[in-house]
Design a protein around this ligand. Structure first.
Ligand code: FAD
Ligand code: NAP
Length: 535
């Protein structure tokens, strides 16, 4: 084994979470190092460079709040910033706080092993480095491990295969090409309109239609930005009160969709549609709880889809039937209108599945098959969410037990922050925390602040380790599931449930409700870290 570098804390990942963790750890005076698989900082925004990639939470909210000079000085140019602009912002943060020098880039952590005798982690990478760390922080991302769709013949395709989640740095030339896109989730909804502008012919392979609400993206008016900045602290505090990420600047009413008459309900949905984006789900307070309320919102959006697509058959194929919001709502800039263009074709692979990818394209249906010839195949097929990046590392806790075994029937954590059997290992936005249902930068700041305060507390109180207790963890997992069972979230096969990965246990992974969660973490901490053993 190579000689290991001894550090107080090792951070895996250089996205929003890893960068902020390194910054806070330095502030504590810790010797901290980071390891990142990508060649640069940015995480999600380093990898997902596909055309049209942008945030779906407004930029003024999807940004760090920990440093007032930073939030006052950075100028966002659009309501929803593009991937290049978000990456520039993250690079600016890395430079401003001199964070890059702590990271080893282009290096993947492969193993992490807890030593009972030294109470430290030994961490190895694919570059042959080894670290010996007191604390191990997994800032590995909830949506960082793409899935390889199991489509027969994929490796025989003679054209170019592009993953939205690993889009090449040198922009691929799609002009004049015959392009196929597999998938109709958020990445596809954002990229399809721009791919259609370049391609000679575009075929979209849709398995499940999606609900998309218009972004109404626009340049940010300097006066609007200045007004937000004048009350930034207040706005950030409001953002922390959002149960799910619906945006804090949207006007909201605290009423059930079922307690108003049809006309008022319709007006309210129209207003929410005009506002645009994820806040649509906040138009009433029971849209994700009550099936009847949900159906009113779903039917409103179905009508809007039909209004945007001229061919009634295509419109019908694009119209979802499931609960709205059950899979993450998509935010759209011209998605539906794209299907009105003569060179764009929608293929329903739910009805006629892809039989195989061939050297020349995609073969549909087994009998009476049809060959669709393609030069480029874009896979917008999603991620092994929340557990995928952790599962790929051989993490061994007490008695050599692996995290994979521990999570074989679904992930188990306490507060989404710690795992029994894995002392001094912290997960940022781990399963069992609000994570992907919240504005993730807000959730990340909360976790990193808690980890920082906890490490400081351990040092002040002369404790070497912190570890989740098994009963507290079991109760927490049950609680996360109970909360989900009161909502409509578990009613469809979403990635929140692990349903997009063959063989993955169906467990609802994020906790619904950010403010309640923050209060619970504060209560646990104030109650001498109830449910954790400090030793
Ligand atoms: P990431 O940004 O995913 O960074 C994790 C890093 O860890 C990656 O760079 C990865 O390479 C590295 N890593 C993983 N495993 C290893 C390993 N073994 N060794 C070394 N390095 C490793 N959320 C929102 O709230 N609002 C949005 O608008 C929004 N838009 C999104 C758009 C897209 C296209 C995607 C995919 C996600 C979006 N998200 C959004 C979620 C987004 O992932 C988070 O907002 C946020 O960027 C996560 O930051 P992170 O640092 O936790 O993880
Ligand atoms: P996704 O939501 O999981 O969508 C994947 C799509 O691929 C689905 O339509 C899925 O169909 C389809 N698919 C997967 N395997 C397939 C196969 N073998 N054959 C045919 N179709 C297949 O993934 P994503 O679009 O990358 O988004 C993931 C998450 O990242 C989002 O939910 C969001 O949280 C985040 N994100 C946000 C933005 C943004 O707007 N800021 C943009 C991109 C991503 P089924 O539905 O039938 O499974």
């Amino acid at each position: 084994m190579p000689a290991s570098r001894s550090v107080d804390m090792l951070v895996v990942g250089a996205g929003f979470a890893g960068l902020y963790m390194v910054h806070r750890a330095r502030g504590l005076g810790l010797d901290v190092e980071g390891v990142e698989a990508g060649a640069g900082v940015g995480g999600t925004w380093y990898w997902n460079r596909y055309p049209g990639a942008r945030c779906d939470v407004e930029s003024l909210e999807y940004s760090f709040s920990f440093d007032d000079d930073l939030q006052q000085e950075w100028e966002w140019t659009e309501r929803y910033a593009t991937q290049p602009e978000i990456l520039r912002y993250i690079e600016h943060v890395a430079d401003r706080f001199d964070l890059r020098r702590s990271f080893r880039f282009g290096t993947r952590v492969t193993t992490a092993t807890w030593s009972e005798s030294t109470s430290r982690w030994t961490v190895e990478t694919d570059a042959g480095d080894a670290y010996d760390a007191r604390f191990l922080v997994m800032a590995t991302g909830c949506l960082s491990m793409p899935i390889d769709p199991q489509i027969p013949g994929l490796d025989t395709f003679a054209g170019e295969i592009l993953y939205t989640s690993r889009w090449p740095h040198a922009e691929p030339d799609l002009v004049g090409k015959r392009v196929g896109v597999v998938g109709t989730g958020s990445s596809a909804v954002q990229s399809i309109p721009l791919i259609a502008e370049r391609a000679a012919a575009l075929t979209v392979f849709q398995r499940t239609p999606t609900y998309a609400v218009p972004a109404h993206n626009r340049p940010l008016d300097p006066e609007e930005q200045a007004a937000v900045k004048a009350r930034y602290a207040e706005l950030r505090a409001e953002a922390r009160q959002m149960a799910i990420a619906t945006g804090s600047r949207v006007p909201r009413i605290d009423a059930s969709a079922m307690e108003v008459d049809d006309q008022i309900r319709h007006q309210r949905f129209e207003q929410a549609w005009e506002w645009g984006g994820l806040p649509f789900l906040g138009a009433f307070n029971d849209l994700i709880i009550d099936p009847a309320a949900n159906e009113t919102a779903a039917e409103f959006v179905r009508t809007k889809i039909r209004e945007q697509v001229s061919d009634p058959e295509v419109a019908e194929r694009l119209t979802p039937r499931q609960v709205i919001g059950c899979k993450r709502l998509c935010v759209d800039s011209g998605y539906y209108a794209t299907f009105d263009q003569p060179h764009v074709r929608l293929v329903d692979v739910g009805a006629t599945p892809i039989d195989a990818v061939t050297p020349t394209g995609v073969r549909l249906g087994s009998e009476d098959h049809e060959d669709i010839e393609l030069d480029v195949l874009v896979l917008a097929t999603g991620f092994d969410a929340m557990t995928g990046a952790l599962d790929r590392i051989d993490i061994r806790g007490r008695d050599g037990v692996t995290l994979r075994e521990t999570w074989a029937a679904g992930p188990k954590t306490y507060l989404g922050l710690g795992v029994h059997g894995f002392p001094n290992l912290f997960t940022v936005t781990g399963p069992g925390s609000p994570s992907v249902l919240a504005n993730m930068v807000v959730a990340i700041e909360h976790h990193v602040d808690w980890i920082t305060d906890t490490v400081a507390h351990l040092d002040r109180s002369g404790q070497a380790t912190i570890e989740a207790e098994p009963e507290a963890q079991e109760q927490w997992v049950a609680y996360v599931n109970d909360v989900a069972s009161f909502t409509l979230f578990p009613t469809c096969g979403s990635w929140y449930l692990g349903a997009n990965v063959p063989g993955k246990p169906r467990v609802f992974m994020p906790l619904i409700g950010f403010p309640g969660y923050v209060q619970q973490v504060a209560d646990v901490t104030a109650d001498a870290y109830r449910g954790f053993t400090l030793a």
